[in-house]
Design a protein around this ligand. Structure first.
Ligand code: C5P
Length: 407
């Protein structure tokens, strides 16, 4: 949902500024561009060098920067982006905003802006409770500025607790995502509002013995991106995920599983849904019996014979289910040969509406990578899509799914 969004991040001078470094990473991890602005106070806590390196952008610090102001840089910063995020927001900065003071770059940008502003306050609990601050908060909220936090907890000052801690970076990310979604909802741009979408993602792990397992190279990036895109399109989303290294998408109901059998159970529990997208790379086989002891070399030089059983096919089971089959059922086909032929056969055999086929030969770099080249195989034909990053592929699949559902 933050993918492709341009966010001006204003960092003001509080000890919580150290968390802004992680916030930059989190925003970028979700595909946002982060353009940092730092106040003088912020630079007492963290350096523009660190901020610029993490954001991979120029850091703006000076209202009277000769180069940036040649084309009235502060006005451009204030206008040409999707969101202004202030983290941390000090009591002082809020007071200046209330009075329209513009005595540095950050406050000039905030006075000149016409894009949404989200502020994450951070200050000592006494400063937060002070009537002056509380009035300022009220005024800013009435002016349409969104706030996230502050949270309650321990302060940097020894022994002090109370309300004033800056929200954690992931909570700030979730607040930014919710803000974009609310805006899209107001503009009537949420084609999956009121719908339930169930998605499987990642690999499964099938234990061999207590320390070993069968796995595959699926990263879960495509499945997780689909979950985010479905949420961004207004759906309630259940994401059933095998073991992955990815953060849980915010505001999505995530069910973590390990084996195909667990995934099957979680999918059945998660249904009914209007749309199900099975993007997980489910292991085809599991051990016939899972050993309770670690398998040891027996000295004969021969490897052990591993007896395996076929796993349940989740997609096919759901596809043929009389009552649980969603209106739109989408499977994936990761192939290294005869892509379209195999995808068509899968569509028939598993009774799906679409198969998203991709060539996962090692040379394509698709498995685990950030880009994907897919073919959308349906009963009516095959569409070749150009290479795109997985977030964009997800958005387009979700847009098409919404079209198919809404007629
Ligand atoms: O047959 P194949 O494994 O290539 O089919 C891939 C599609 O079937 C994917 O959508 C995958 O999530 C789904 N599948 C499943 N359960 C299995 C095997 C595959 O849901 N046991």
């Amino acid at each position: 949902m933050l993918s492709g969004k341009e966010i001006v991040l204003i960092i003001s001078g509080g000890i919580a500024a150290y968390k802004s470094l992680d916030l930059i990473r989190r925003l970028k991890e979700r595909g946002a561009r982060v353009i940092p602005v730092m106040t003088n106070g912020a630079q007492e806590f963290i350096t523009p060098l660190a901020v610029g390196a993490l954001a991979a952008e120029n850091v703006f610090t000076d209202l009277f920067d000769r180069e940036a102001e040649q084309d009235v840089g502060h006005i451009r910063l204030a206008r040409d982006h999707d969101l202004i995020l202030i983290a941390p927001t000090t009591a002082n900065l809020m007071a200046k905003m209330v009075h329209g003071i513009a005595d540095d770059l950050a406050t000039a940008v905030l006075l000149a802006t016409d894009v949404p502003v989200l502020a994450a306050p951070a200050m000592n609990p006494k400063m937060w409770q002070n009537e002056a601050t509380q009035r300022n908060v009220k005024t800013l909220t009435e002016r349409g500025i969104a706030l996230v936090g502050p949270a309650s907890g321990e302060m940097a000052e020894r022994g002090e607790t109370g309300v004033g801690r800056m929200s954690e970076p992931l909570e700030i990310v979730a607040a930014a995502e919710a803000l974009f979604r609310d805006r899209a909802a107001r503009n009537g741009q949420l084609p999956l509002a009121g719908r339930h979408v169930l998605i499987t993602s990642g690999p499964t792990h099938e234990p061999i013995d207590p320390v070993r397992y069968i796995a595959n190279r699926s990263s879960g990036k495509q499945g997780h991106a689909l979950a985010e895109a479905a949420y961004a399109a207004g759906a309630r989303v259940t994401l059933v995920s095998g073991p992955v290294e990815l953060p849980d998408p915010s505001s999505v109901d995530v069910v973590r599983v390990e084996t195909a059998a667990e995934m099957m159970k979680a999918v059945e529990t998660g249904l009914p849904a209007d749309i199900a997208i099975m993007a997980a790379a489910v292991a085809d086989w599991r051990m016939a019996t899972e050993g309770t002891q670690k398998i040891k070399k027996d000295g004969s030089g021969k490897p052990p014979a591993l007896e395996m059983r076929e796993n349940p096919d989740i997609l096919s089971t759901i596809g043929h289910h009389v009552s649980l089959r969603p209106e739109l059922l989408i499977g994936f086909a990761a192939e290294t040969q005869d892509l379209v032929k195999n995808a068509r056969a899968k569509l028939e055999r598993k009774n799906t509406d679409w198969i998203i086929a991709n060539d996962v030969s090692p040379a394509t770099g698709i498995m685990g990578g950030d880009a994907n080249t897919i073919r959308l195989v349906s009963k009516s034909g095959v569409e070749d899509w150009p290479q795109m990053d997985k977030a964009e592929v997800a958005r387009r699949i979700i847009a098409r799914a919404a079209e198919a559902l809404n007629g």
